[in-house]
Design a protein around this ligand. Structure first.
Ligand code: SF4
Length: 373
């Protein structure tokens, strides 16, 4: 079926609506408060589309969590100290929302498995949780997995977000750094098999840079072939997409969404519209040094370094309650325009417009091709 793509005017109107409505995931009216924890800035890979300020300097060393680092322009080095991680969870637990969520993030969070275990234990048994639903998620490249670790995540109810680009040539954007290509691929495949055999819930998270937008249907086919229970397809943020590449992303997304009913065992998260218009995202993250900032400041650290300071909302050491450490999407966009030079703001806006266009495509497919998600 030929799915009509949105016009430029429709995209602008949809983006304005999304900014005015604020984040459906984490905004004032959302039922969940979400905390992301940056456990380490170390990672085995250096993916081509990753703009997080990664470093192996200070790996294994707990950051002292000094207040001064919150105002520094440079990203901190080292890992999160256990007391910082536990204190961040204590702060989340002061939230008044009926649902809570914690996402373990990095760098590669499994590089500090001791912190993963400590966070899960503290969060699940926290006295201020008061029987509230607590969603736990781990974002990982999978290279640090083994069956024992996967069993621990399964027992704690953690949902694993396993990053991959695709099979074979598709993985050319995931650049090994601490391993050679063969060892990294082998470790990832071992992780996939262990997840398929284990009890933890998981899904594949695929990021498509501009050069690979034409490969969207094949990335989807890879996920089906790999036996993934669920899939999230993302476009890379902070990168310029030509008109042709934007068109390829949107037509590929429309085709995948419309054809999805042929894969009855795969849940496709892209069919659920109303995601935040990436690169703008409402989630609040605690960095390794205790700085509290919205996630776009970390995602774009090496691409738009000024956003780190612009998106910062203080430090764990001075925070007494969860509320007050996030800006609305409209406020974030205003901060973005104030912090970036016009050409960088334009690139950022291009990414948001692609998010709004993707949302419209998902809505159109939902109407024209109703069915399971
Ligand atoms: S695995 Fe994740 S943190 Fe590591 S380089 Fe790739 S995108 Fe960045």
């Amino acid at each position: 079926m030929n799915i009509p793509l949105p016009s430029e005017g429709q995209i602008d109107r949809r983006l304005a609506q999304m900014l005015a409505a604020d984040s459906t995931q984490t905004g004032e009216n959302a039922v969940t408060d979400r905390l992301m924890l940056m456990l380490t800035r170390s990672c085995e890979l250096r993916c081509a589309y990753c703009f997080v300020g990664l470093t192996e300097e200070g790996f294994g060393e707990p950051h002292p969590g000094t207040l001064a680092s919150a105002s520094a322009a440079e990203p901190p080095r080292g890992d999160m100290a256990p007391e910082t991680a536990l204190r961040a969870i204590d702060l989340l637990m002061t939230s008044a929302k009926p649902r809570l969520s914690i996402q373990l993030f990095g760098g590669e969070p499994t590089r500090r498995w001791d912190l993963v275990s400590a966070v899960l234990g503290h969060a699940l048994r926290h006295p201020m949780r008061r029987s509230r639903e607590l969603a736990l998620q781990l974002t990982t490249n999978g290279l640090g997995f083994d069956p024992t670790r996967i069993a621990e995540l399964g027992a704690a109810g953690v949902v694993v977000q396993l990053s991959v680009d695709g099979q074979g040539a598709g993985n050319r954007f995931r650049r090994p750094f601490l391993y050679d290509q063969g060892a990294a691929d082998a470790r990832w495949l071992d992780a996939l098999h262990a997840l398929r055999a284990g009890t933890a819930r998981w899904f594949l998270n695929v990021t498509v840079p501009p050069a690979a937008t034409g490969e969207l249907p094949s990335r989807y086919a890879d996920a089906v072939a790999l036996g993934a229970p669920a899939l999230q397809l993302n476009y890379a943020t902070g990168m310029h997409f030509s008109g042709e590449q934007r068109h390829a992303w949107l037509t590929g997304l429309a085709a995948v969404l419309a054809d999805h009913r042929r894969a009855p065992d795969l849940q496709l998260f892209n069919r659920q519209a109303a995601a935040d218009p990436a690169p703008l995202c409402g989630d609040t993250l605690c960095d390794v040094d205790g700085t509290l900032l919205q996630i776009g400041g970390i995602f774009h650290e090496r691409r738009f370094p000024a956003l780190r300071k612009a998106y910062t909302h203080g430090h764990l050491h001075t925070a007494t309650r969860w509320e007050g450490h996030r800006a609305t999407l409209a406020e974030l966009w205003a901060r973005t325009q104030a912090a970036l030079p016009p050409e960088e703001s334009a690139l950022f806006l291009e990414g948001m417009r692609l998010g709004a266009a993707s949302d419209l495509v998902a809505r159109t497919v939902a109407v024209l091709v109703p069915g399971r998600v």
